[in-house]
Ligand binder design. Sequence first.
Ligand code: GSH
Length: 705
Amino acid sequence: MGLLSLGTPLEWKESRKLNQHVRESGIEQLKNIFKQHGARTQDPFLWGDEVEYMLVDVDSKAHTARLAIEKDYILEDLNDEEKALPECIAHNVSYHPEYGRFMVEATPDRPYDGNDLGDYIYVEENMKVRRQLMEKQLEDSPSIIPLTLTTFPRMGCGIFTSPPSKPNGPASQSLFLPDEIINRHVRFPTLTANIRRRKGRKVAINLPLYPDINTKLIDDSIPHRDMFDHDKEPFLGALLPGHVYMDSMGFGMGSSCLQVTMQALDLKQSLDLYDAMVPITGVLLALTAAAPIFKGFLVNQDVRWNVILGAVDDRTFYELDKEAFEGYDKFGGLDIDESQKTLGDEEGVKSLDGQPIRRVSKSRYDSVDAYLGGEKYYNELYNDIVSPINEKVYNQLVEEGLAKPLARHFAHLFIRDPLVIFNERINQDNTLENDHFENIQSTNWQLLRFKPPALYPRTTEISKTPGWRVEFRPMEIQITDFENAAFSVFIALLSGAIIKFAPNLLIPILKVDENMKTAHDVDAAISSKFWFRSNWNVANEDYKEYGLSWFSKHIGNERNGIENGNRVILNGNGKPSTSNASTEFSKFSVDEIINGNRQFPGLLRLVIKYVATTIDGPTADKQQLSRLHRYCQLISLRASGDIPTAARWLRNQVLESPVYENDSKVSEEINYDLIQKVTAITRLSDGHILNEFFGPELASYVAIL
Ligand code: GSH
């Protein structure tokens, strides 16, 4: 989350009149971006990570753990020049607002150098300092701990905030979440309310309950309330039987993730990188799975993705091609003349500003709709899903000289309405500002975000400003800095490796979408199979020596016990493939995709070869290599199932709790114990729990870091 505009946000009925103005100006701004930056090249390989934290208030007397919603002033202090900002800058860290009032996002202040091994190793230190500086701001409230949990287990369940608050806020109208959990900045309650107003009803998210022996397959937490217009919706069809029902943006955007952004050499390279990263998104979501509990229930899935997808889904009944609830308008809050409402699909329903209203297959937060058409791997047959585009935008961009797949990408983003327009920012200089473009761009939350540079005044030295970037967004946040550093470093190195070795990883988008569904499965990382390319167009032979054992050779005297007994190393490249070698795409386990099989080397070997041949390699500092080795080991062991994903570990804590009643419910007591254990893992303070979480070898390594 970047800078926030200040000003007066418009309520939906006012803002919708400006939708077309924002889109038209946004496209002018985008065209100017291409004019200003289209030809820039030789940008350095820089990258950065974003970590989202939750502030949790742990009361060891009352045995409760709740989300702290009145400590958000620390964010202001951390950005205040008179207060903590100079120290933050000195430590190269930067703090940003996120959707939840209990959330803080932190990033490095300046990006890392992707060609410097030292910078990869420094990431974890930087992440540690981020926690420390936050904790320093919270010195007066020692019960409050910044944790990196993907979801707060009891969010939306009775009293779950500190101080207590009740769900009766007008912005979300949620039956479960108070508006006090929403960031105070007006953008966020306005986003929440405008999604509801556009949709014409509240969002509805239904997750399958985890079926245990005493589980009543019914969400019994839904109150019969009569306060707001939308209170009856669960009983009108919004609630699915056998599911946990959630009705507000906060259930999704109150989740935390780990994002990594890479800067490419130039526009051309950024398109190749984007395309090549698309197929690995589902695999990395499964591998980082960390969300088995929602609204106090164990659910029958492991990740947050479809929850956020539903939580910001502003599509109307019509756009979703669904029957409207009784008494509801299928066009929701769209600005449509009454006479249009009776038109059939063929006749083309239009809003007052001429925008066609149609079926829209994906939410604003969803997978990607298409490849961008990079030169190296693109094949138009892989863009095999029908996704609507804004024709006018498409034609304008093609006329401007953009290649068709790229024009199509932006034209798809521009089917969306802007959700928050600030009164003071309606008229912009389209040659100098890009807020209208960013308004549409930043409320299209896809698996990857293709990030063009910003517009700058002519006097700016363009080469020093951020260039063409790709943001990798699927990963769930991990509990420790060690894991978050490992996954961030892995993605950045993998990007470097992909650019250098050019493996062909592309699969059709339909299969990418199927992988995203699969990634939700319980234990998908070890039990499910993912579509992947059978032939990566690289010779296995060339990667043979770059298994984990490459590190042992170059680290020298470090103890390598784990590798001797590690089946990944023994089998690795030689492992028979589980798929039929003759087909272009097949389904593989995460283990194969990461650790390799006889058909392809696995993503880890690409990374290790990249380190060995590009960044310092064998001459690198042994301690640094040793740390990198452990990052790779963590990823390898998670993929092979030798150690649990965060989701599996969290699920087990509930299932094995002495007070769990086999009813899928996560009581306040279970939640408290869980948060205590998560805190112990975060602080690397309990050897027994660390053993369980990381396995003995990695546990002893991380504990002495
Ligand atoms: N926490 C989210 C996740 O788990 O995937 C990702 C963060 C996110 O998308 N945040 C929203 C946003 O608009 C906040 S409403 N961020 C700004 C941006 O993505 O540019």
